[in-house]
Design a protein around this ligand. Structure first.
Ligand SMILES: C[S@@+](CC[C@H](N)C(=O)[O-])C[C@H]1O[C@@H](n2cnc3c(N)ncnc32)[C@H](O)[C@@H]1O
Length: 215
């Protein structure tokens, strides 16, 4: 995430129930234990400041949204945003998404997985740190329900192409399904803060959808 200062969180806002540490996630996994109801579950990995979580949870009250964010101060900020909006179907886990998927998320359990603008790790010798690696993509395929969707957007064309190649080589997810750019009707009508930043500076954004089908 860009290392810009975060707005101060209102100290009177109680978001403690919306922010979960890795150790607080249920074992064995039960999304109902997190949200208090049975509903389709979507996970966003690398939620940053939480714009997607807030907008998606607000516009789809029948779905539960869990953001996983490795940087604790961003996880807190995103959880505070959900609390401020009065949303009950969103939570943020302050955790490493790779670890949550590898250790906790059962197969065939997620309606959707969202990954927006993951850290690009530009230097070649650092590329192995990328989230969208072969192992994680296989966890995406494993954990999606049949019919479930992966949404992957980035501003880095090389990361986009590499990920699409890895998906084709190592998973049977169907795609890429092209995603058209939609006009932003107000200042926060972007998928994420990063999309907003890229579009306001006229940078390209690469977007793809994938679906798990029963074969
Ligand atoms: C470039 S920012 C994009 C944030 C947000 N998705 C957006 O589009 O505005 C990438 C985010 O992913 C988080 N991140 C990186 N690796 C992660 C991991 N393994 N698990 C969870 N979050 C991660 C970073 O801390 C950062 O907030």
């Amino acid at each position: 995430m860009g290392r810009r200062a975060l707005r101060k969180i209102d100290p009177s806002l109680d978001f403690s129930k919306l922010l979960l540490e890795f150790e607080q996630l249920p074992r064995p996994w039960r999304a109902e234990a997190i949200f208090g109801r049975v509903a389709p579950l979507a996970i966003e990995v690398g939620s940053g400041k939480g714009l997607f979580l807030r907008n998606a949870a607000g516009s789809q009250p029948g779905t539960d949204f869990l953001g996983i964010e490795i940087a604790h101060r961003y996880a807190r900020f995103a959880a505070a945003g959900l609390a401020k909006a009065g949303l009950t179907n969103g939570r943020v886990a302050s955790a490493d998404g790779m670890r949550v998927f590898a250790e906790l998320i059962p197969s065939d359990s997620l309606a959707a997985i969202h990954v927006y603008f993951p850290d690009p790790w530009w230097k070649k010798r650092h590329r192995k740190r990328r989230l969208m690696n072969e192992t994680f993509l296989q966890h995406i395929e494993r954990t999606l329900l049949p019919g479930g969707a992966l949404h992957f957007w980035t501003d880095v064309e090389e990361y986009f192409r590499t990920t699409l190649d890895l998906l084709a080589a190592h998973t049977r997810l169907r795609g890429p399904i092209a995603v058209p750019e939609t006009p932003a009707e107000h200042d926060l009508a972007y998928r994420t803060h990063f999309e907003r930043r890229m579009r306001l500076s006229n940078e390209s954004v690469y977007r793809a959808g994938f679906r798990k089908v029963i074969v």
